[in-house]
Each structure stands twice: as structure tokens, then as C-alpha cells.
Design a protein around this ligand. Structure first.
Ligand SMILES: Cc1cc2nc3c(=O)[nH]c(=O)nc-3n(C[C@H](O)[C@H](O)[C@H](O)COP(=O)(O)O)c2cc1C
Length: 412
């Protein structure tokens, strides 16, 4: 991150002391750091310490006459490559999620178009509170990047998620955000194959609840869909990823919406439209439990409870058959264990999509959950068989092909 400019907003949490170390680590990697301290932060560390470590004046007051004449909150919101909020308090996250702007930190965060990375830190109960969960989901949907928090011991002799990520982890996350922003910028500047297009991607499995602790799922890891979202963003697209439950980090530079079930995924996809290209890579459960028990099902003698299944919505077909607002290019995935191409052809016709990426997920292939993929691209006109590649390479090649198709159709 040599020469990159970082605006570090330090919130009023006990982890503020770790942000002093973060300043050093970012500077060690070649970045320059300017700090804003909230009033809360100044109960934990001083502006003097932040200035001494950053080598720059630290800003604290929205109505500072000297600052407003000299730098000003709008200039602060513009003159950096990335804004890092660490620790991101529950309060700061709430203000960011609702557009509050009642001090210098929140006003700058509202007045900026820069990429933002937050490193939340708070008591485990604050972190798990429904209000914080809602705020976090809103921030993610707004494209804010999130690092941590980690599990661990807390200041209040408690244990759980809420501990701020370590300074090196935050610095690594800043590097990833900067790299993604640079990719997008470069791609836009050289007219990346998808630049100016809105791309919607689904990824991962869905979880269909049976009761509060049990669910129906499948072995999808989300690696292929996440790689496609990252490749589309690197090709200059504005990407929304609707992800089922996966253990992968959100791809940088991608607006990521997290869902659990097929019905939630369909609702998120419909809310994310319009799009120029929609790529449905998620392994959506075909069926869900017809009933969802409010309490954990109990063993009742020896007889297992009957599990009645109900059909889930077909997300690909629903979107591909939309009379209004159908994305001009709709791509489906077909995971098959036999007669791959034949089944893909039938699926193409039945679902009404433009292209099917077919893959053989028979147990011996290691595709489900694995790192490599062997795919065939099926259109109504022909079938292309691609050699076995990593899922990232498949994503790159697919994005390049979609770029060609979009160009051929006059940019979708
Ligand atoms: C000792 C102490 C520790 C605190 N630690 C945290 C914390 O880790 N995370 C958090 O969200 N709030 C924490 N708070 C509460 C915040 O300081 C409070 O919500 C404050 O209004 C945050 O202001 P800010 O978001 O403008 O920095 C703590 C308060 C005290 C007194």
C-alpha cells in the first residue's frame, strides 16, 4: 500500500488502544494515515498519541473553525483512498446505517464516496443484538467492507464474538479493499469487459429450516459463485452478490447480501434488480420442509417424525420468465450427475435462460466443495467444453465470454 492515503476513524471503544498500533502497521506498509477521533474515542486515547504516531494532525471537531477553513469535513471525506473505522462502535455502525451525521466522524462517513472498511468491536451482547445485526446487514448491502470481529476474551470478563480484529488482520483487509478498488479503477479506465454493466450473482447453498436447530442443505461451498462475482467486479461491473450461508469472505468491491433460504434468496434477487446480467450459480434447495417447527423437534419414542417436503420457488425460472425487468442476459448453472449436456439443454429450454454452465458433480469429480471445475457452456446453438480449471479460472473465462456476448448484443 505504498503511497496510499488512509483516513482512520477511531470510535469510542476499549479497543481504541489497538488502533494506535494499527496506525504504525499501516505506515510500516508504506501508507500515510490521517486520524479522526470521536468524542468517545478521546476517553480512551488522546489526539496527541494519534498525531504522534501518524505524523499528521488529528481531527476531532466538526465545528473546528481552523479545520473548516483549512481542511474541512468534505475535503477529509475526499482526500484519501480508503476510510477505515476501527474500532467501529455499535453507535457508529448505527449512525452509518441510518445516515446520521451529528459529529465529524459520522458526517465524513456520510459525505464520502470512498471505499469504507469497518472493524467492529463491542460487547458480545451488543454485537448479537438484533439492532446491530440489522445495521451490519444494511452496511454490507451498502457496500461497506467488514473485518472481524473475532471471538475471544472481552474487557468485561466475557467471551464471544465482538473482539476487534487484530491490527495485522485489519491491515491485510485494507490491502484487499485497496487492491479491489485499484482493479475496478484500472478496469474502468481500460474499459474492462463488463465496465458500466450491473451484474447480479447468486452463490452458495441455501439452508431450509426444519426446526430452530435443524435444516436441509447441500454441499455447495460458494467458491464458484464468489469467484464469478469477484471476476465481474475486476472486469469493471457493478456487482451485487446474493449469498447463501458460506464460510468465504465477501469478495472485495462487491455488494454482498447474505440470505439463508431459497425464499429469502428470491426476495433478495428481486430487490437487487434491475441488472444487465444475472448469473445464478447458487445451489438452491429444490425442496424445503413443508412445516417449520417453532421448537426443537423431540425424539418421540422410536418413530422418526415424518418430513413432508414442499417445492421451493425456482429462482432462475422466475427471473428468466419475467415479463418486465428480465435481465437481458440470464445465465443458469446445472449441477448434474449424469447426461450432463442433455440435461443442461432441457434445463435451458425449460427455465428460459440464455446460457447454462453445466458441470458434472458426481461424487468422483470433487467439484462440489472442491477447488476445480470442469464445465460445459450450453446455449441453444452449441456446446463448448472447457478444460478442467480452478474455479477462479472458470470465473475469469466466463466473465470474458459474457463480455463478448454483451458486446455482440450492443452492451446487453
Ligand atoms: C469503558 C467503556 C468501554 C466501551 N467499549 C465499547 C466498545 O467496545 N464498543 C462499543 O460499541 N461501545 C463501547 N462503549 C460505549 C461507547 O463508548 C458509547 O456508545 C459511545 O457513545 C460511542 O461513541 P462513538 O461511537 O461516537 O465513538 C464503551 C463505553 C465505556 C464506558
Amino acid at each position: 500500500m505504498q503511497g496510499r492515503r488512509i483516513l482512520l476513524v477511531i470510535g469510542g471503544g476499549i479497543a481504541a488502544y489497538k488502533s494506535l498500533d494499527l496506525i504504525r502497521r499501516l505506515r510500516d506498509r508504506g501508507a500515510s494515515v490521517r486520524c479522526i477521533l470521536t468524542a468517545g474515542a478521546q476517553h480512551f486515547i488522546t489526539p496527541l498519541a494519534a498525531s504522534a504516531l501518524s505524523g499528521q494532525r488529528t481531527h476531532t471537531d466538526l465545528f473546528d473553525r481552523e479545520d473548516e477553513a483549512d481542511i474541512g469535513h468534505i475535503k477529509l471525506a475526499r482526500d484519501a483512498d480508503v476510510i477505515v473505522v476501527a474500532p467501529a462502535t455499535a453507535n457508529l455502525m448505527s449512525k452509518m446505517a441510518t445516515g446520521g451525521a451529528d459529529d465529524l466522524a459520522s458526517t465524513v462517513l456520510l459525505a464520502t464516496t470512498l471505499p469504507i472498511l469497518v472493524a467492529p468491536a463491542m460487547n458480545v451482547r451488543m454485537w448479537q443484538h438484533p439492532a446491530t445485526r440489522r445495521n451490519l446487514a444494511t452496511l454490507r448491502a451498502d457496500g461497506v467492507h467488514v473485518a472481524g470481529p473475532n471471538d475471544g476474551a472481552m474487557a468485561e470478563a466475557e467471551f464471544g464474538p465482538g473482539r476487534m480484529a487484530e491490527p495485522t488482520e485489519i491491515a491485510d483487509a485494507v490491502e484487499r479493499v485497496l487492491a479491489a478498488a485499484a482493479d475496478r479503477h484500472e478496469s474502468g479506465a481500460r474499459g474492462g469487459v463488463l465496465s458500466g454493466l450491473r451484474v447480479l450473482v447468486t452463490s452458495g447453498p441455501t439452508h431450509e429450516p426444519i426446526d430452530p436447530v435443524r435444516y436441509i442443505a447441500n454441499r455447495s461451498s460458494g467458491r464458484q459463485g464468489h469467484a464469478i462475482a469477484a471476476a465481474a467486479a475486476a472486469a469493471g461491473a457493478e456487482v451485487t452478490l446474493v449469498s447463501g450461508p458460506v464460510s468465504l469472505p465477501d469478495p472485495p468491491g462487491v455488494r454482498t447480501i447474505h440470505v439463508e433460504s431459497a425464499r429469502e434468496m428470491l426476495a433478495a434477487v428481486e430487490a437487487a434488480l434491475p441488472a444487465d446480467i444475472a448469473i445464478f450459480a447458487a445451489a438452491v434447495a429444490d425442496w424445503r420442509s413443508a412445516t417449520e417447527a417453532g421448537q426443537k423437534l423431540k425424539k418421540d419414542g422410536n418413530a422418526p417424525p415424518p418430513l413432508q417436503l414442499a417445492l421451493n420457488p425456482d429462482i432462475l425460472a422466475t427471473i428468466a420468465h419475467r415479463a418486465e425487468g428480465r435481465p437481458p442476459l440470464v445465465v443458469g448453472f446445472a449441477a448434474e450427475t449424469e447426461n450432463v449436456v442433455e440435461h443442461a439443454r432441457q434445463k435451458l429450454a425449460r427455465k428460459g435462460c440464455d446460457l447454462i454452465v453445466a458441470n458434472d458433480v458426481s461424487p468422483g469429480t470433487g467439484v462440489m466443495g472442491g477447488e476445480r471445475n470442469s464445465v460445459q457452456l450450453v446455449t441453444s446453438a452449441n456446446v463448448e467444453t472447457w478444460p478442467t480449471m480452478t474455479k477462479e479460472q472458470v470465473a475469469g473465462k466466463l466473465v470474458a465470454r459474457l463480455g463478448e456476448i454483451a458486446k455482440g448484443r450492443g452492451r446487453a
